[in-house]
Design a protein around this ligand. Structure first.
Ligand code: SF4
Length: 319
């Protein structure tokens, strides 16, 4: 039984200018101890997907269809109080994009980690929460004596470590990390990725790493899902996606990452992703795809398994 199973999930935003289909019939699973990379350009729906797994889609967005099963518990129908008591942070936590800049400037980092524990854990005293905060700081590579430091006294990398400590405060089996190294320099980025790798191994934690950076995902992911315009267009093991990408969009993405493929010509994919209020009929990548035919413009390609564990939604692979 997978740890997390997402079936035919649709998440729409009901805006004044129309319905934005940010996540449109997406299915995937995450196994215990596995890291799934969720890749795609910004605006493809990957962060919305992350929020929806915690049932935290901001209005005017909402889950309109589909199921999220965590350890066989139906998260989609769980009432808000149970989500708070039993699910969020205890079973699944999230490292939100840009969270390190949202730390409270007038509270010590120790108090902020302790608060995250006290909000979600009953029967814990403030003293116990602070002791746990000190342990967590040590776990993420910060001297516990810094517990009384304020965010402005820390570097960007240290602030991100504090955010990771908060996400791990209640030992969740699954952590969603949304662009966890954005705004950090390359050296600190590598340190944060090494920390995530170490923690994942040490605690046999599962992770969903959301990023536009395929090179970053390649460092840690066991499997990779590639999203385009609200849909997963390809899903496979990291080896299948990086060494033998099948979907023309994945091929374009991989070839545009010089670090992955050596010093080869940068082949950026021309064109823009479609407006998700009014996506084209048929394959959503058709307006940018060099292989598009009339069939692609008429009907949406089914997602099929072309080899064990390797799924693609493209007419090129369907008879
Ligand atoms: Fe290109 Fe057609 Fe495949 Fe879409 S279905 S990616 S348009 S070949």
């Amino acid at each position: 039984m997978p740890l997390l199973e997402v079936k035919d999930l649709r998440v729409y935003y009901y805006t004044l200018k129309g319905v934005v289909k940010a996540v449109d019939k997406i299915s995937f699973s995450v196994e215990k101890g596995e890291t799934l990379g969720l890749a795609g350009e910004s605006g493809c729906g990957k962060s919305t997907l992350g929020f929806s797994l915690l049932r935290l889609v901001p209005p005017p967005g909402r889950i309109v269809e589909g199921k999220i099963l965590f350890e066989n518990m139906d998260v989609t129908s769980l009432p808000e109080d149970r989500l708070r008591r039993e699910y969020r942070w205890k079973r699944v936590s999230m490292i939100f994009q840009g969270a390190m800049n949202a730390l409270n400037p007038v509270k010590t980092i120790g108090d902020q980690i302790a608060e995250a524990i006290l909000v979600h854990e009953e029967n814990v005293t403030k003293k116990e929460a602070l002791e746990r905060a000190a342990e967590l700081l040590k776990m993420v590579g910060i001297d516990p004596r810094r517990i009384k430091s304020y965010p402005h006294e820390l570097s960007g990398g240290m602030k991100q470590r504090v955010i990771i400590a908060m996400a791990l405060a209640l030992n969740p089996p699954l952590v969603i990390a949304d662009e966890p190294t954005t705004a950090l320099d390359v050296v600190v980025q590598a340190q944060i990725m090494n920390l995530l790798k170490r923690l994942k191994k040490q605690y046999n934690m599962s992770m969903i790493l959301i990023s536009h950076d395929l090179a970053l995902i390649a460092e840690i992911a066991d499997r990779v899902a590639v999203m385009y315009a609200g849909k997963i267009v390809e899903l496979g093991t990291a080896e299948q996606i990086y060494n033998s990408p099948k979907h023309p969009y994945t091929q374009g993405l991989i070839s545009s990452v010089p670090r992955l493929r050596g010093p080869k010509k940068l082949e950026w994919i021309p064109g823009q992703p479609p407006d998700l209020r009014n996506p084209p009929p048929g394959c959503r990548f058709a307006p940018r795809c060099p292989y598009a035919t009339d069939r692609c413009r008429r009907g949406e390609p089914p997602v099929i398994e072309i080899e064990p564990q390797h799924y693609v939604g493209c007419w090129l692979y369907t008879k």
